[in-house]
Each structure stands twice: as C-alpha cells, then as structure tokens.
Design a protein around this ligand. Structure first.
Ligand SMILES: C[S@@+](CC[C@H](N)C(=O)[O-])C[C@H]1O[C@@H](n2cnc3c(N)ncnc32)[C@H](O)[C@@H]1O
Length: 405
C-alpha cells in the first residue's frame, strides 16, 4: 500500500520567534501531524464506504429517494457509528493540537513576549489601534477550537495566540503548507507572476493576515512594494510583525484594522487586495461590507484575489459538500457552510466588481518538493484537506479604457 506519511515535524523551518520545542514536544507534534494526516487521508476514505454501503441504502429504504441536500446526508451519517468515531477522533486531534501548542507557548511566554516587543520596537513594523473592536463573529466561539480565538490576550503585550498558531499549524495541516506554512502565499506569487510577469504593484493590502504566513512571501517576492497586513487581533499581529522582522523582511507593516472599515486609506490607494483562507470566517453581514470597502481602496486596473476552498455548486456531489462541511459543525467554523453555499460571484458583483472582470483559478500550495514530496493521494479528492484551493478574483476595470488598452 502507498505510504500516507507527511513530512516529520522537524521539517518545520525555524526562525527566531518560533516557540522552542523540546525533544518530547517535537515528538508529540510529530505524532499529531501524522495522526491528522492519517485520519484525513487513509482512514477518512472509510466515510465514503460507510455512506455507499450502509447510509445511502438505509436512506433510500426510509425515504424512497436520494438525499436532496448536504444536511440530509449529515443527519443520516451522524447516526452511523463508524462516521461518529472518525468524527470524534478528528475533533480530538484538533483539541489536542490546540491545547498542546498553547502549553508549549505558555511555558516560554515571558521570553516570547519580550522578544516580540524588542523586534517590534526596533523595526517599527507594527501599528496597533486599541479602538478597533473585535467583531462578534470572531469572539462568539473559539474559531477552530483555538483557545481564545485569534484575539485573546493573556496580559498586555501578549503573543500567545499568534505563537500557538505558528508552532502548531504544521500539525493541523499535516505539513501540507511547507516549512514556513507559507505554501498559499507562495502559490499566489507564482500565479500573479505568471499572469502579469512585469507587474510591479506599488501597494498591497492583505486583509485578515493573522501572523502573516501568506503575506510575508508576497512581500518577499515584491521587495520594492509596500505591503500592509491588517487584522483585528493585536495578539496575532504582534507575533506576525516580530516574525517578519526576525525573518529579515522590512517592506511589510502589520496594522490593527478591520476590513469592514478601511477609512484610513484613500480611494484607490492599493494596487492589489489579497485575502487568504479568510472569507469563510466572515458573517454574511460582514462579507458585503468588507468587499465594498476592498473595492473602494482598490485602484482602477488593480487586482483583488481571494484564496479559498471551492464554493458548493450544483456540479459538486452532495456527499462532497457534506464532507467539506465537517468543520462547520465539528470544528467551530460557524460561517463555513453558509459562506461556501453562497454565489460568491454575485456577492462580488454586488460589491462593485462587474462579473466580466471576475475570474476563478485553481491554486496549489507551493512547497519544497525535496522536503515535502507529493502525497500518494494527490489528485484524489480529500474534501478540503489538501492544500489545493480555488482562487476567486477580479481585475478592477481601469477608469480610462484607453489607458487599459
Ligand atoms: C483564517 S485566519 C486567516 C489566515 C491568514 N490570512 C493566513 O494566510 O495565514 C482569519 C483571520 O482574520 C482575522 N479577522 C477576522 N475578521 C476580520 C476583519 N473584519 N478584519 C480584519 N481581520 C479580521 C482574524 O483575527 C484572523 O486572524
């Protein structure tokens, strides 16, 4: 049987801000990385067998028809013992990763907070604004079981949640995002450089940047460009700014601001607005406001680019929709299901991006193939676990059509 092994946790690239892991801690992260990958890959395939061999025949016998919505499949699968055990194991793997990462961070918090303060004072790459309110859709639950979400501060000047995110994301993703967890940002760079090889954007805005995993590679690829990475969560930004400084990146500033209110930036200020794995965390009220603001600050001829899991469409089998929905109901992602059920192109059009200016593209994480050999399962569907995304974007029409020609 083909191996389903992810890279070892030791493939994680170290930088000064990364929490230190002792031997046993690294071994435990290694276990969690493998456990997660094994559950999602090899063991996860059993869900389809359970559906086809037991759940669907039973549903047909009871209803005299096939399921008509992913929620009907969910209700039926939630009665299947095998699926329930798989689901419980997956939920527990997430809880273990989160609490373990937090434990690793808390034992060295004094050093991490002090180091972040030093980097941030020296670099000037951090701008916090305590008047920014934490959106209710971020604080109501601990998003993907992350204790305290992205925003909670243990004490003034704290970096706990950002450090925990960084030290454990490798385990959460089964190592699929590469040594610096930046495979998404690298993929974005690769796509843009292929589309517009000579393009030199003056200013880029990354909304919902967290610790900058995917904003930093963009800044590195465009060293003469000013990159502004915003987030509402100070504890994530503090860590992100210090991490970027520790990596020697200087053309990026981490700013506390909400994407729903970009009033500190003038109309057309940015040439490129980026979001990466972000839209699914927005409430349905916040999304149109945020996209309208993004449209306002985007210069004519500029690019808006969203990296997300694919939207549910009529062409996507209901079983696949059900599997992709798992995080919404088992991993504290309250907006995941509704967001992926939306007609994103219409939402973008309503925010001012004409349909003819929009595009979709397939994007795959760019990682070092020496350390991260392609999984034997690549090409097979694993319902959102692989680092393959749909990109949704638009090139904003140029104000003067003659200038665009
Ligand atoms: C899933 S993470 C995004 C991951 C990140 N883009 C990356 O590439 O690693 C979502 C982030 O969005 C932030 N966020 C949520 N609502 C926001 C808003 N209205 N404006 C800016 N940031 C927001 C959260 O604090 C969190 O850090």
């Amino acid at each position: 049987m083909a191996s389903d092994l992810p890279p070892a946790y030791t493939a994680l690239t170290r930088h000064e801000m990364m929490p230190r892991t002792r031997h046993d801690e690294a071994a435990r992260f290694n276990f969690l990385t493998h456990f997660n990958r094994y559950l999602s890959g090899t063991v996860g395939k059993g869900n389809k067998l359970a559906y086809e061999n037991r759940v669907l025949p039973q549903f047909r016998a009871e209803h005299g028809r096939d399921p008509e919505h992913r929620y009907e499949i969910r209700d039926a699968m939630n009665k299947d013992d095998w699926h329930r055990v798989w689901s419980a194991l997956k939920r527990n793997s997430m809880e273990m990763r989160q609490h373990f990462g937090r434990q690793v961070v808390l034992r060295q918090l004094d050093e991490l907070d002090a180091m972040a303060r030093q980097y941030n004072e020296q670099s000037g790459m951090l701008e916090l604004d305590p008047s920014v309110e934490q959106p209710h859709y971020q604080t109501a639950v601990d998003i993907h079981c992350q204790p305290g979400g992205y925003h909670t501060e243990e004490r003034p000047g704290d970096v706990t949640v950002g450090a925990n995110y960084d030290v454990g994301l490798f385990a959460t993703t089964g190592g699929a995002l590469g040594g610096l967890n930046d495979g998404g940002g690298q993929a974005v760079v690769e796509w843009v450089k292929k589309e517009r090889p000579d393009w030199q954007p003056r200013r880029i805005l990354d909304i919902g940047a967290t610790v900058g995993h995917n904003a930093v590679p963009i800044a590195q690829a465009f060293p003469d460009t000013e990159v502004i990475a915003i987030d509402t969560a100070a504890a994530s930004l503090r860590y992100g700014a210090a991490r970027a400084a520790a990596m020697g990146v200087r053309n990026i500033t981490f700013v506390q601001a909400s994407g729903e209110d970009l009033s500190r930036w003038a109309d057309g200020y940015f040439d490129w607005v980026q979001t990466t794995m972000f839209l699914h965390e927005l409430s349905s009220k916040a999304m149109p406001r945020l996209l309208a603001e993004a449209n306002r600050v985007l210069a004519p001829g500029g690019l808006i680019f969203h990296i997300e899991q694919p939207q549910y469409s009529e062409e996507m089998p209901l079983f696949e929709q059900f599997m992709r929905d798992w995080d919404a109901f088992n991993n504290n992602e309250p907006f995941w299901s509704a967001m992926h059920g939306q007609d994103l192109k219409q939402v973008m059009a309503d925010a001012g991006f004409p349909r003819e200016s929009q595009f979709t593209a397939g994007v795959r994480a760019v990682v070092d193939p020496e350390i991260f050999p392609p999984s034997p399962d690549d090409g097979e569907e694993d319902f959102g676990r692989a680092a393959i995304w749909n990109a949704y974007g638009a090139w904003k029409p140029a104000a003067d059509p003659a200038a665009a020609a």
